[in-house]
Write a protein that binds this ligand. Sequence first.
Ligand SMILES: C[S@@+](CC[C@H](N)C(=O)[O-])C[C@H]1O[C@@H](n2cnc3c(N)ncnc32)[C@H](O)[C@@H]1O
Length: 235
Amino acid sequence: MSRKVNAGKQRRGPTGGFSGGKGGGRFGGGGPKGPWADHHTHKAKQLGFAARSVFKLEEIDKKHKVLAKGHVVLDLGCAPGSWTQYAAKRVGPEGRVVGIDLKETKIDAPNATLLTGDATESLEQLRDLAPGGYDIVLSDMAPSTTGIKDVDEARSQGLVESALATAEALLKPGGAFVAKLFYGPDAKALIERIGRHFASTQTIRPDATRKQSREVFILAQGFRPAANDAPADEV
Ligand SMILES: C[S@@+](CC[C@H](N)C(=O)[O-])C[C@H]1O[C@@H](n2cnc3c(N)ncnc32)[C@H](O)[C@@H]1O
């Protein structure tokens, strides 16, 4: 059952297995609709996922073998919950997912702990939930958009920088980092910076990304902690 944590409050949800959860996530009770609904949206609903974003993570995972049974995964910006649902299933009962979002995540996944809060200010709480460190840090965080391209790109870059700092603090050696970025003029420098801490880095634009979107996903694998970094459980 999911463990939900909010400002010190914890509650256990019903055993829900791998479902879209009681709120139906973004789809509410009435199913996907509106001008943004496409075949990915309908397929996600049919399969019980909280959002169509699941197909982006699925594609990255299938092509690049990111997730495995037993992994401990951190999902930053997890609401409405489709990445957490997918990761929870992939890591299996011997693995675990910790998800955090500014909004409440209303899914039931037996091996997920869901927090409501600001991922950029929750490092200690996230560390306490996995004292041995995380195998993967995912970030699908997106800023509230203004429609002003430069502002939205800068905000997205700020979220990726924060997610990277979290990954550097909490990843196990050899771990992986996946982050969404609205590609802007400073993206190349940021991707190069990420590359200094990982054996390989690549930029991916999954098929499920909407045509008009500027988003890309950075996949960095083989985390190499700086020589003077202590392991996650000793910092
Ligand atoms: C595209 S949605 C994530 C979708 C999610 N991966 C899924 O599959 O259901 C982006 C999320 O980032 C969250 N977010 C943005 N800034 C955040 C922050 N500072 N801390 C936590 N969550 C944040 C938003 O609240 C939003 O729910």
